[in-house]
Design a protein around this ligand. Structure first.
Ligand SMILES: [Cu+2]
Length: 172
């Protein structure tokens, strides 16, 4: 709950506070994902990964019929994965990773503030016809969601599921 509220607060800060927005823009413009000097933030669904640690690349297509293909992905706990998103449509799409609760809270916030900017290491925005990358370390086992939070896309079903299998060593 605290994490969800913190995320909403971060979004609101981007939508509202002028100083915060200016700072966020500086950060956006200057550095691509993964090169920030700040320590990555551990989330319940993992942590931003280093490109040199990538063990596997998963290609995911995004389309204007509100689908991700594949829509179900399985990885192993501890893996650093490159998600390579190909937008085959004519609309902007994005992929946001998170718990179901976090994505639903975020989607509700996006609905309330459609022009809200959001940009974090666990999301990637992909313009029509383009390809975008996200490098993520899945260091927490469990079932998580991914979704497109572009206006109305999540409600139209643009979502998928990622299962992070527990590392064998952690089994009793
Ligand atoms: Cu979309």
């Amino acid at each position: 709950m605290n994490k969800t509220l913190a995320s909403i607060a971060a979004c609101l800060a981007l939508a509202g506070a002028a100083t915060t927005t200016a700072q966020a823009h500086e950060n956006h413009g200057a550095k691509p994902h993964g090169t920030t000097t700040a320590a990555p933030e551990q989330k319940p669904w993992g942590i931003a990964g280093q490109a040199r640690a990538v063990k596997r690349t998963i290609d995911i297509a995004m389309a204007d019929d509100m689908t991700f293909t594949p829509s179900v992905i399985e990885v192993r706990e501890g893996d650093t994965v490159r998600l390579r998103l190909k937008n085959r449509g004519k609309e902007l799409h994005e992929l946001v990773l998170g718990t179901t609760a976090e994505i639903e809270a975020h989607a509700a916030m996006m609905k309330k503030f459609p022009d809200m900017e959001h940009d974090d290491p666990w999301m990637v925005h992909v313009p029509a016809g383009k390809t975008g990358d996200m490098v993520w370390t899945f260091n927490r086992a469990g079932d998580f969601d991914f979704a497109c939070l572009v206006k109305d896309h999540y409600e139209l079903g643009m979502a998928g599921r990622i299962r992070v299998l527990a590392a064998a060593a952690s089994k009793p």
